[in-house]
Unconditional design. Structure first.
Length: 88
């Protein structure tokens, strides 16, 4: 039962970090573009460009996080006794 709870919390934390990563990257890109547009008077071009850059960055972060999680799971599946000792 305790192992199931650990796995559940690990999965929930992974999924929440993926969601936060996508939203944060998109919002940061949008904010940067918006303020650069206001400063340079190029509305809406920099807002759109930085919004797209933020979305691409968010998907890149998701790819990196997913790859890292898959490697961790494969390593845990290959040698479960070592991963149990590391966590204790």
């Amino acid at each position: 039962m305790a192992d199931d709870n650990k796995q559940l919390f690990r999965t929930l934390s992974f999924l929440s970090s993926v969601g936060i990563s996508m939203v944060a990257a998109t919002f940061i890109g949008l904010a940067m573009g918006y303020y650069l547009d206001r400063w340079l008077g190029t509305s809406p071009w920099l807002t759109l460009a930085f919004l797209l850059l933020g979305i691409v960055s968010g998907f890149r972060n998701i790819f990196i996080l997913t790859t890292r999680e898959l490697r961790r799971q494969q390593k845990a599946d290959q040698d479960p006794t070592d991963s149990d000792r590391d966590q204790s």
